[in-house]
Design a protein around this ligand. Structure first.
Ligand code: ZN
Length: 322
C-alpha cells in the first residue's frame, strides 16, 4: 500500500518539515503551518468525534482513519469529545492540522465558545474541513458552521436556514426558498451517484454514474449554500429530485468537502465513499489532489465494497434516526 511504500521517505521528510516548520512558526506565526504541503509529504489530519446519534461512530472513525492513512498522504490523530453534555476540555489544536474531519452527528452538544472560535479561525485562515454524513446534522444554531457545511439537516433546520438545493431532471440547479423542513431520508438502499462536475480534482476520472453501497440518501438539506459547488447528486425516490452527494464550499481562505454519504459501516466500505473521502480530504488540505482512481472503483453496473478489517465493534449497528 502507498502508506507502507512511502513510510521511509515520509519519516525523513518529517524531520526536514519539522525544521522548516519551526523556522516558519517562529518567523511567520502559526498560520504558516497550514500552508499546502508538497505532493507526497505527510500531512496531519484530525478526526473529531464523541457525540453522534449513530451508535457505530467509533467504528466509522476507525474506518475513516485507516482510509486516510491508506491514501499515503496523512498521519491521523483523533480527538474525542465527552460522551454526554458539553466538554470544556474539548480544545483540539486545529491549527496543527492540514485537514479536520468531523464524525459528530445529530444532537451533539455545542463545543466550548473558545473551541468554536478556534475552529472558525482555522478554516477561515485556510484550514481544510471534511463533513461526513450526520456531521451536517450538528450544531444547527452555529451560524459559521452552517456556512462551512453549506447545507445541513434536522435540528430544526427549515427555510430560515437557507434554500433547499437540488438538481432537476433536466440538470438545472435549483435553490428553493419555499417553506419546508431541512433534512430527511428514505429507507437505506444502494443508489446511483451522478457526477455533475467531472473536471474537479475530487471527481476526475470517476464514471459519470456509479453505484453507491447501501446507505441513507439524505434529501431536502438546507443551509446558507454560499460559495457552494455541487460535484455529484443522487436521485431520491422520496423527493423525486437529485440531491447533493458531494459538495465543496469555500469559507474564507478555507476549503470544505461535504458528503452526506456514510451512514453505516457497509456504506463506508463502498470504494466510491472511500475514494471521495480520501480525495476530498486531500483537496480540502491542499486545494488539489492527484490520487488515482482505484481499480475496484464502482461502476454503473453495481457497487463495490472492501470489507473492512480489523473489525472490533459490531458491524452494521443501526443508527436510531438520522
Ligand atoms: Zn445516518
Amino acid at each position: 500500500m502507498p502508506a507502507v511504500k512511502a513510510s521511509r521517505p515520509l519519516q525523513a521528510c518529517a524531520a526536514v518539515c519539522l525544521l522548516v516548520s519551526t523556522v516558519l512558526l517562529s518567523s511567520a506565526g502559526r498560520s504558516a503551518a497550514m500552508a499546502a504541503e508538497p505532493s507526497g509529504a505527510a500531512m496531519r489530519a484530525l478526526i473529531v468525534d464523541g457525540q453522534n446519534n449513530h451508535a457505530n461512530w467509533p467504528q466509522t472513525t476507525r474506518m475513516m482513519r485507516k482510509y486516510l492513512e491508506d491514501s499515503g498522504l496523512f498521519a491521523v490523530d483523533v480527538v474525542t469529545h465527552a460522551a454526554k453534555g458539553e466538554d470544556p476540555a474539548f480544545q483540539p489544536a486545529f491549527a496543527d492540522y492540514a485537514v479536520v474531519v468531523s464524525n459528530f452527528g445529530h444532537g451533539a452538544a455545542a463545543w466550548p465558545a473558545e473551541t468554536r472560535k478556534a475552529f472558525e479561525d482555522y478554516v477561515r485562515g485556510g484550514g481544510g474541513f471534511v463533513a461526513v454524513h450526520a456531521a451536517d446534522n450538528s450544531f444547527p444554531e452555529w451560524a459559521a458552521y452552517n456556512q462551512m457545511i453549506g447545507l445541513g439537516g434536522w435540528g430544526g433546520r427549515n427555510e430560515k436556514s437557507g434554500p433547499y438545493v437540488y438538481y432537476t431532471d433536466e440538470g438545472r440547479l435549483v435553490r428553493d426558498t419555499s417553506p419546508g423542513a431541512g433534512g430527511a431520508h428514505g429507507p437505506q438502499a444502494e443508489f446511483a451517484v451522478v457526477i455533475r462536475d467531472g473536471s474537479h480534482p475530487i471527481t476526475k476520472g470517476m464514471p459519470g454514474t456509479w453505484m453507491h453501497a447501501n446507505d441513507e440518501l439524505y434529501d431536502s438539506l438546507r443551509g446558507p449554500a454560499d460559495n457552494l459547488q455541487v460535484l455529484a447528486t443522487a436521485y431520491s425516490i422520496r423527493t423525486k429530485r437529485h440531491e447533493p452527494m458531494m459538495m465543496t464550499i469555500s469559507y474564507g481562505q478555507g476549503r470544505v468537502f461535504h458528503t452526506p454519504m456514510g451512514h453505516g459501516n457497509d456504506s463506508q466500505e463502498c470504494v466510491g465513499f472511500i475514494t471521495a473521502l480520501q480525495r476530498g480530504a486531500a483537496w480540502a488540505a491542499t486545494g488539489t489532489t492527484d490520487l488515482p482512481l482505484p481499480a475496484d472503483f464502482p461502476t454503473a453496473d453495481g457497487p463495490r465494497r472492501r470489507k473492512f478489517a480489523p473489525t472490533s465493534s459490531p458491524a452494521g449497528v443501526p443508527a436510531t434516526a438520522k
